[in-house]
Design a protein around this ligand. Structure first.
Ligand code: NAP
Length: 275
């Protein structure tokens, strides 16, 4: 597994396993266990995915030493604030049944994220921060975030955002690295042609595109064969011709969630994950 060095000295695998939309506890536990057995060593969950308990159970069942798996969770907007964020992390720790979490992300660039960041400064990342707010946070934080988890895939490549993160020393992590199955990704002719050349699937080409440019990926699947498929991406290299063809697929905008849309800002600020 290729890795990437964070600005806090920790090492992150370049590919992990995401568990968004696996709300069924038994299914989530099974998927995470199988992912660990397939060789994934980074698991990405969140308080708002309602499956931290299942992730923790899978980790314990796997029998893997704790320090071999990098566990990420996220604090929801409702829990942003110096005291509330600390309490939220303690709740996540309890649900995961772990003594420590490797990385806690602030889930959205909404609400009192400054208060939340002060509570978390060493813990260590943010999510869905656009370049302006990320730069602003870095200017004001005692410890800058190590990671920013953002939507990123061949149809929304975010060149400018990635350049800003590089300049700030923040590692990008792609959620939706398979565009959540959108844009006809599984049968897209450009990805198919490149895949054929390397003996790889469209999913593998899409994931390699990100990892090759230093973007960590955390694809989600509940199918074991796909877990293996999504992990088998470090034995080929996309050449310049492949990269140019993929770069032409960039639409420059999201079709999943636009965090700059006022309705989205209002919705996320009001979304509650507990009483
Ligand atoms: P994704 O990984 O881009 O796509 C997942 C979809 O692709 C699922 O429907 C899955 O179906 C399918 N799939 C996966 N591998 C496949 C393959 N090789 N062939 C065919 N289909 C395949 O989308 P995502 O789950 O939204 O993103 C990944 C992770 O990012 C999440 O699980 C979560 O941890 C994180 N995330 C974070 C945020 C945030 O705001 N920070 C937002 C969204 C997601 P099956 O399960 O049926 O295989």
């Amino acid at each position: 597994m290729e890795t990437i060095l964070l600005n806090n000295g920790k090492t992150l695998p370049l590919e992990g396993f995401g568990v968004f939309q696996i709300a069924d506890q038994a299914l989530c536990q099974q998927a995470v266990l199988e992912a660990l057995q397939e060789g994934y060593r980074l698991i990405d969950t969140a308080a708002s995915y309602f499956n931290e308990e299942a992730v923790g159970r899978a980790l314990r069942t796997s029998g893997l030493p704790r320090d071999e798996v990098f566990v990420t969770t996220k604090v929801w907007v409702q829990d942003f604030g110096e005291v509330k964020t600390r309490d939220a992390v303690l709740r996540s720790l309890e649900k995961l049944g772990l003594e420590y979490i490797d990385m806690v992300l602030l889930h959205q660039q909404m609400g009192d994220y400054y208060g939340a960041w002060r509570a978390l400064e060493a813990l260590v990342g943010v999510s869905n921060f656009y370049p302006d707010r990320l730069a602003d946070l870095c200017c004001n934080a005692a410890i800058p975030p190590a990671v920013n988890q953002i939507e990123c895939h061949p149809f929304y490549q975010r060149h400018y955002d990635l350049q800003v993160m590089k300049d700030l020393g923040v590692v990008p992590m792609a959620w939706g690295p398979l565009a959540e199955g959108g844009h006809g990704i599984w049968t897209h002719p450009t990805l198919e042609a490149i895949g054929k050349k390397h003996g790889k699937t469209n999913a593998q080409v899409a994931l390699r595109f990100n990892t090759q440019r230093g973007v960590v990926v955390i694809p989600k699947t509940t199918h074991r064969t796909r877990m293996a498929e999504n992990l088998a991406i470090f034995d080929f290299t996309l050449d310049q011709e492949d990269l140019s063809a993929i770069e032409a697929l960039d639409t420059g905008h999201t079709e999943i969630i636009d965090h700059l849309n006022i309705d989205t800002v209002t919705f996320l600020n009001h979304y509650r994950i507990h009483d």
